[in-house]
Design a protein around this ligand. Structure first.
Ligand SMILES: Nc1ncnc2c1ncn2[C@@H]1O[C@H](COP(=O)(O)OP(=O)(O)O)[C@@H](O)[C@H]1O
Ligand SMILES: [Mg+2]
Length: 555
């Protein structure tokens, strides 16, 4: 028996610890770790909320084949200071409370109602509470299809943040094409149960024929600049030339981004997972869930690109018979199966699951937004990381109104969504930095972005973008992805190099010409004196020389 020390603090026992051990609900987890979802500062919270709602609207419109027309409004809300009862549910223990009385500067952290309305397909009434009042509920997580949303966390997390900071419910209007009436919901989220609480559920006359309107009231901060809502919407319009946006900022200014392309992007196909991509745990779950009775059927039906030959090789390498039951797989069998998959040659996944923007539309988007002298774009062929198909596109805009004395601006996009935060953690940033821009005629200090009038646009489309966190701000550093970005940058860089060289040559020629031009009248006078020419002869010589110079300028 261990010796007891006198006056020692009472230590925990397995039993006392057991009393404290309990399940943590997903909403409780993300309430404490809201930074993981992009709600770590008031300015970012406002941006993330708008981003989640707009991304959903765009995904839904495109999936339904509707050209998106989206309204975004940020409306300042006046909050009564003295106990109006509205804030009973609101503030989180420590971190939301102002440190000292009056510590929050006026205008820095304010209350806004964010409105995002789309002309999409609408949402079926029964689904509305779960979509907006339950974390991890969505249609995209289980499908390998290129879309902006992935995790099924986005919009409900925004609603939860609004509820935490203002105590107000999320308001949703929605109408589907087959209904002549709209639905209006007021929803809260029960943090303990991660379940929706319906405050109001009513039928309303809502004008749009179909679509969804989300209203979230939250504490936020409206700022301009690199990480702002304004920049996000501006860049969204660049990467999505087919959309129309109407944006009203808190000051009441209205901005309209009109369409630069009249057609929807090609609809990307959903694919089955590629066997090279699966991890052991996933493989075990798939074997448990499959309706296929034997291993051959499982390999052929649950994955893409497994033909009869590859299937036979995998089965044989794993030491199974083709009819081995999927119901009787021990852990060691699953491990053997995975090893067999990885040592068998299986063709790359199909690429019709990708919907790149396309070289022409990358140019159209850049031209719509930036006044430049030169534009170029490059779409790489599709490639694969961890079994997931992806494709990289790069666009450059150079010269014109783009500031010449600043560092180049890098616009990062994943599945057409602008990424505004965490640049230095992103594979795109890393690839841009490690590219040698000096070889194209740009200035670049060691380890820095190039300096000059340059916009660098990089887009990754994939069925699954490997973000570094749930807030979807930076792309993870997979070597295959970095390699593809570099190749695209190099190709676009060579186009830029040709343009810069030509411009340098033209500038040189122009300088020489203007130099000669200055001396032509003097040559005329000198020749007149030496050869005792008439005034008209001198004028003729000057005209001929000027004409010759003009002709050389046109060459
Ligand atoms: N504006 C909308 N129109 C139609 N469906 C929507 C809309 N917003 C959300 N949804 C549906 O709700 C689901 C959950 O959305 P969200 O929580 O943002 O997760 P995710 O977008 O990652 O799937 C989406 O998958 C989509 O099916
Ligand atoms: Mg979403």
């Amino acid at each position: 028996m261990p010796a007891t020390v006198k006056n020692a603090p009472k230590r925990a026992t397995a039993q006392s610890m057991a009393k404290k051990q309990r399940e943590i609900s997903i909403s409780e987890f993300f309430t404490k770790n809201r930074h993981l979802l992009g709600f770590d500062s008031p300015a970012k919270a406002l941006l993330t909320t708008i981003k989640e709602a707009v991304d959903n609207s765009l995904d839904a419109c495109e999936e339904a084949g509707i050209l998106p027309d989206i309204l975004i409004e940020i409306i300042p809300v006046e909050v009564k200071k003295n106990g109006n009862g509205d804030k009973t549910l609101t503030l989180e223990p420590e971190d939301e409370k102002p440190k000292k009385k009056g510590a929050v500067a006026p205008g820095k952290e304010e209350q806004y109602r964010v409105v995002v309305q789309d002309n999409g397909p609408g949402i079926v009434r029964e689904q509305i509470p779960k979509i907006f009042g339950k974390l991890l509920y969505g249609s995209k997580f289980h499908s390998l299809k290129q879309s902006r949303g992935q995790q099924g966390i986005g919009i409900s997390a925004a609603g939860m943040y609004g509820q935490l900071t203002t105590g107000k419910p999320v308001v949703i209007y929605s109408r589907t094409q087959d209904q002549d009436i709209g639905h209006r919901f007021e929803l809260m989220l029960d943090m303990k149960k991660n379940e929706p609480v319906i405050k109001k559920d009513e039928e309303v006359n809502w004008e749009p024929v179909h679509g969804t309107r989300v209203e979230i009231e939250l504490t936020g901060s409206y700022k301009r600049g690199q990480h702002s809502v304004d920049t996000y919407l501006e860049q969204t319009a660049v990467a999505n030339p087919h959309i129309r946006l109407t944006y009203r900022n808190p000051r009441g200014d209205e901005m309209i981004y009109s369409r630069a392309a009249a057609e929807l992007p090609i609809q990307a196909k959903e694919i089955k997972p590629h066997p090279y991509g699966v991890e052991l745990g996933i493989l075990m779950r798939m074997l448990k869930d499959t309706k296929q009775r034997n291993i051959s059927g499982f390999l052929r039906k649950e994955f893409c690109k497994v033909g009869p030959k590859a299937c036979a090789t995998v089965v044989e390498t794993a030491g199974f018979t083709p009819k081995k039951s999927t119901r009787h797989m021990e852990q060691v069998d699953v491990k053997n199966l995975m090893d067999a998959i990885n040592s068998t040659k299986i063709p790359n996944p199909p690429t019709d699951c990708l919907a790149p923007i396309g070289e022409e539309l990358v140019l159209a988007g850049l031209k719509q937004r930036f006044e430049a002298d030169f534009y170029t774009s490059v779409s790489r062929p599709p490639s694969v990381y961890r079994g997931n198909p992806f494709q990289i596109e790069v666009g450059l805009a150079y010269g014109g109104d783009i500031p010449a004395d600043k560092l180049a601006q890098v616009l990062r996009f994943a599945n057409r969504v602008p990424l505004l935060y965490q640049a230095s953690a992103c594979a795109v940033h890393k690839s841009v930095l490690s590219n040698n821009w000096r070889s194209y005629g740009m200035q670049q200090s060691r380890g820095a972005l190039p300096t000059g009038p340059l916009i660098i646009f990089v887009h990754m489309s994939s069925v699954w973008v490997p973000f570094t966190s749930e807030s979807k701000e930076a792309v993870a550093h997979y070597p295959e992805i970095i390699k593809e970005i570099k190749l695209a940058l190099q190709e676009a860089g060579r186009h830029l190099q040709r343009y810069i060289r030509r411009r340098v040559r033209e500038k040189d020629a122009l300088k020489k010409q203007s130099y000669i031009q200055k001396y032509i009248p003097h040559i005329g006078i000198a020749l007149q004196e030496i050869l005792a020419l008439e005034e008209s002869e001198k004028e003729e010589i000057i005209a001929t020389l000027t004409d010759t110079l003009e002709r050389s300028r046109k060459l």
